[in-house]
Design a protein around this ligand. Structure first.
Ligand code: UDP
Length: 377
């Protein structure tokens, strides 16, 4: 039996990234046995189960059942559950994706047991050190054995940070692999009743900086209300945001269609036929590029600057939303410029790097080096 590698699935945005690797592994000659480990961070059908099915993935083989609680609680309990699992079922490598708490927890637990870690989506930086995701991604990069970067500039920065050349690989963007794979099926999905292609915008908001304080959320809702007078907005509301809306007693503005969190295919179906998207999501900024869709990112910075350079994405404060939508409706928009390696083949590149690494662990003959045994030299 080829050695096991454990893929950590914690939250919704992990799934399209891991799916790209799992589908590429399924199409390659078998050299490892992938096992999906679900930490439990997102766990219901709307945020997890339905996405597995939409991405053509089977249910996870291992479920750790860790959900609820703050950052420290989730991270600590997930580390303990991973360590328990790996004390009896030790994989040859652990793959963690993105920047959620489960990603950090699994990476630390693995490295403390001297298990190599591959970070899928390594090297992203927004330099906002108050963002939980920025803390997680920097910490995970610092201890990862293999670092799979989405583009060449990001890989170059990891090398400049001192990571070994054989550890870093610019594999491309796994979100684009998954999007391209499902796009025909997504486009065939019915739009929510009342929406017609090309006549609405999409809104997604869930970052703590935008929704966790009454002042920030009120300012955002005011801008959204004004924007919706020009273009109706469809708003699939993230559970965190729903919770804050009801805690603060805020209503969804007129002209905005509230929707539950959508399945992956339904969401991409909605996005692919929209006029624009306003968001604070990382993945949506990338998907907008692939769909050549104007994206207004309601944040002061982005860890995905290539999407700014490619012309589809713009950063702005919430107050700038109405004017920015007016400009888009008046025809002020750039066509997406190409981004090298965002071509649907990131999974294949990860598989090649992984095969070389596992080969070097199993057969540490000089010819198979430079991979160091067990992790970073
Ligand atoms: N997404 C979805 N349904 C929704 C909103 C988003 O399937 O109602 C998908 C979206 O297509 C993208 C991913 O969720 O693939 C992004 O996740 P999220 O915004 O939660 O996290 P981030 O990318 O900011 O880490």
């Amino acid at each position: 039996m080829p050695p096991e590698i454990h893929l950590i699935a914690a939250a919704r945005p992990n799934l399209p990234k891991l799916a790209a690797l799992l589908h590429a592994l399924a199409e390659a000659p078998s050299f490892c046995t992938p096992v999906m480990v679900h930490t439990g961070q997102h766990h219901d059908a709307a945020m997890f189960g339905g996405h597995l099915a939409d991405l053509g993935l089977p249910p996870p083989e291992v479920a750790l059942g860790i959900s609820g609680g703050g950052h420290a609680s989730v991270t600590g309990r997930t580390m303990m559950a991973c360590a328990d699992l790996w004390s009896t079922r030790r994989p040859a490598l652990v793959v963690v994706a993105g920047d959620v708490d489960g990603t950090l927890a699994a990476a630390i637990a693995a490295r403390k047991l001297a298990i190599p870690v591959a970070h899928l989506e390594a090297g992203l930086r927004c330099r906002e050190m108050d963002m939980p995701e920025e803390i997680n991604r920097r910490a995970v990069d610092a201890i990862s054995t293999l670092l799979w970067a989405p583009d060449k500039a990001t890989a170059a920065r990891l090398l400049a940070d001192g990571h070994a050349p054989h550890a870093v690989c610019a594999v491309g963007n796994t979100m684009i692999d998954s999007l391209l794979r499902v796009l025909p099926a997504a486009r065939a999905r019915k739009l929510p009743a009342g929406l017609e292609a090309g006549t609405y915008g999409v809104l997604t908001i869930h970052r703590p900086a935008n929704v966790d304080s009454p002042a920030a959320l009120a300012a955002l809702l005011q801008a959204v209300a004004e924007a919706a007078r020009q273009l109706p907005l469809a708003w699939p509301i993230h559970p965190r945001t729903s919770q804050r809306l009801s805690e603060f007693g805020f209503a969804v503005p007129a002209g905005v269609m509230p929707l539950p969190p959508l399945g992956y295919l339904d969401f991409l179906g909605l996005l692919s036929r929209a006029r624009m998207v306003a968001t604070d999501s990382g993945g949506v900024q990338e998907e907008a590029w692939a769909l050549n869709l104007p994206c207004l990112t309601l944040r002061p910075s982005t860890e995905r600057p290539v999407t700014l350079e490619a012309g589809t994405n713009r950063l702005l404060p919430a107050a700038g939303l109405p004017a920015a939508i007016a400009a888009i409706l008046a025809g002020d928009r750039a066509r997406a410029r190409p981004i090298p390696l965002w071509d649907g083949k990131a999974g294949v590149r990860m598989v090649a790097h992984l095969a070389a690494f596992l080969g070097a662990i199993r057969d540490p003959a000089p010819a198979r080096w430079p991979f160091p045994l067990g992790g970073l030299a």
